[in-house]
Design a protein around this ligand. Structure first.
Ligand code: TXA
Ligand code: MG
Length: 315
């Protein structure tokens, strides 16, 4: 059920129910962080393994401080620059955060979302919200209330319009005095490095400290291929019902293609990020056998988008 009524949403959360939460990145499936039953319902509803920890969404830096043992100096710097915003920080948890939220790790993931409705909701509640993206495990992330409704019709979703960034938050951790990049996201590496200097890229690491970075993720129900040369790929698969998602423009109309979509007519990478999951949702509902996506330039948000596409393509 889609609603714009904050008091219905507040009541659902207070009763221990899950709700669809608009943020600037993607919609979340949210619950009271202190309600163990509600938190475990998130895992069940998403069909997500308990070993994959959740991000806690707070209204303010002081609310974040209550959830952690320490706030490193560089974390304070980043919070001042990017919160509210699409930056998640992994910090040593205090006792009030349950191990169910963190998959029994000593660290908790925290961010302040930059969406007016999410912020006013968080300010009205006396508890933070855990919220993974509101999609079944491994599926395409939702960027509209309608996407959430299609996945989870039985819950209330707060309608905050189409998400502004369209890809998930960037995740960083801290080790000694270093900042570690753990997930590419809506804030580019360059922007973070402009604040804290060189950061260490740990996104490719297979370490156990990176739960939930599953190779297969964001997947449509049909096969998906990512390529700098979509038409070259097409020549190998002539008999299938194919859709192509182009970066800036359709290069050549081919009679073998069922549908051509363009991600970002302006070529701007933030426009491409904003439209990415919506375009994948549309293509996913067209009964295609194959989606071919043009790979983006590997710079700035293009790196984040290519990361999502490679996971969507993973078998
Ligand atoms: O933009 C976002 O971050 C969205 C919106 C709703 O805020 N949320 C989101 O949540 O993308 P989710 O659950 O789809 O992805 C969270 C990622 C997972 O890869 C998870 O493993 C990682 O964050 N994570 C959460 N807690 C962690 C922790 N304590 N240590 C390491 N990684 C953690
Ligand atoms: Mg997710």
């Amino acid at each position: 059920m889609i609603t714009q009524n904050l008091s219905i949403i507040r009541e659902q959360l207070t009763q221990g129910k899950l709700i669809g939460l608009p943020t600037e990145t993607v919609y979340g499936l949210a619950a009271n962080v202190f309600n163990t039953k509600a938190v475990s319902d998130i895992f069940k509803t998403k069909n997500r393994p308990n070993s994959n920890p959740l991000i806690v969404h707070v209204a303010s830096i002081s609310q974040a401080r209550a959830l952690v043992k320490r706030f490193p100096e560089k974390a304070t710097l980043l919070a001042k620059q990017f919160w509210p915003g699409p930056l998640t920080m992994i910090l040593p948890k205090s006792q009030i955060v349950s191990g169910l939220v963190t998959a029994d790790q000593e660290n908790v993931a925290i961010r302040i979302p930059n969406h007016p409705m999410a912020l006013s909701l968080l300010n009205q509640l006396n508890f933070p919200l855990v919220a993974p993206s509101a999609n079944p495990f491994n599926r395409i992330s939702p960027t509209t209330a309608e996407h959430v409704e299609a996945y989870f019709p039985a819950i209330y979703t707060l309608d905050g319009g189409a998400c502004h960034s369209g890809v998930e938050s960037t995740i960083v951790g801290f080790e000694n005095d270093e900042v570690l990049l753990l997930r590419h996201g809506a804030i580019s590496i360059e922007k973070i490095e402009a604040q804290v200097g060189r950061i260490l890229n740990r996104t490719a690491s297979e370490k156990a400290s990176l739960p939930g970075q599953h190779k297969k993720h964001y997947a449509p129900s049909c096969e998906l291929i990512v390529s700098y040369e979509p038409l070259f790929m097409l020549s190998a698969v002539k008999h299938k019902k194919v859709g192509i998602l182009w970066y800036k423009s359709v290069q050549i109309e081919s009679i073998h293609v069922e549908v051509n979509l363009v991600l970002a007519p302006s070529g701007a990478l933030d426009e491409a990020a904003k439209n990415l999951f919506s375009a994948l949702h549309s293509l996913d509902h067209m009964g295609l056998d194959l989606i071919i996506v043009e790979r983006l330039p590997a710079e700035g948000l293009g790196i984040t988008i290519n990361d999502r596409l490679d996971r969507a393509a993973s078998k």
